[in-house]
Design a protein around this ligand. Sequence first.
Ligand code: PLP
Length: 394
Amino acid sequence: MTEKRTIYLDHSASTPVDPRVVEAMLPYFTEHYGNASGLHRQARASARALDQARRDVAEILGCKPKEVIFTSCGSESDNLAIRGVAWASKLAGKGQHLVTSPIEHHAVSHTIDQLCELFGFEQTVVPVDEHGLVNPDDVARAIRPDTVLVSVMYANNEVGTIEPLAEIGAIARERGVPFHTDAVQAGGYLDLNVDRLNVDLLSLSGHKFYAPKGVGVLYVRQGTPLLPQQTGGGHEGGRRAGTENIPYIVGLAAALRLAHDERESENARLAALRDRLVDGVLAAISDAQLTGHPERRLPGHASFVIPGVEADGLLMHLDMAGVCAASGSACTSGMPEPSHVLVAMGVEHTLALGALRLTLGRSNTQADVDYVLEILPGIVDRLRTTSPVYAPVV
Ligand code: PLP
């Protein structure tokens, strides 16, 4: 039996490490392995690499190197941003109210929930429209005198919608409230200049832009109150204890630079493939609907709900045909749960269970898109034939 080719369409979940990034990292595993806090030549080599990586990241974010904190992942960056600002504000007796959106990644929403449940904080969750967009006026209305942080993501992982960050940031700044954004899905694709975006804290994760898993960044604007959540040594300016993972940090900086330099041409290529995919799916599969914003969306991001199919079955059939895809719903204790993102956008419960996310990346070609368009309608037809509930919309 010939092995089916693999078509990877799950770049929002993770990306392969770019070979140029591996190349940049290699010397820091076996040649320059010193602890960057030491005083000898090995330590100095690591410290120089750390310093250079911090300056490279800062250049792309348009910030000062000391405003860049390296972390272990996007989740940690989100946790540190929210908990760090909330704790510092509480300590300063400033207030205990946070403003956020209902479509955040759980790294943000569960951190805020925990602050509310265990530490007496309160949250206002502003709504999103049917495309997953936050209205900046709602943020303005939600901010109170005791608000200590606004946290709204840059681009959504499930539906690809890009939020009006600069407008939200301008409102938060006018009201004197720090503004955090989870930019994990935006890293490598969208403008990350922190001044243009009006953000005070910004989270990134290396594995979303062809660096390894297990390394992230938190940008913190100078003057923003932040307590460390991980205590120990004085690493990262006393804001994140733990010996720095130099090879991974070098890899993240190299990957961010490559993505930044190639952004314009790669985004145009991905957007053309995405549009072909979206148009093809909507034309070939009756009743399929695009989720997320039709224009304000990540360049490689295509997401749908398909009535009459259940996401897990669809993903299994796609996998058998060689296609790696994702959905938005999580299955816990055997009962499929609709995605909180789709629910917040007003998508009906059973429809939300048929979510499909196809996210393109560097390796994908037009042939990949055409292959998916060739096999997907047949799979959907088969699943619908066996569905006890599906009746076509007339
Ligand atoms: N935030 C968003 C929007 C994400 O999509 C993800 C990962 O999928 C994360 C945070 C968490 O990042 P990490 O996997 O690096 O912890």
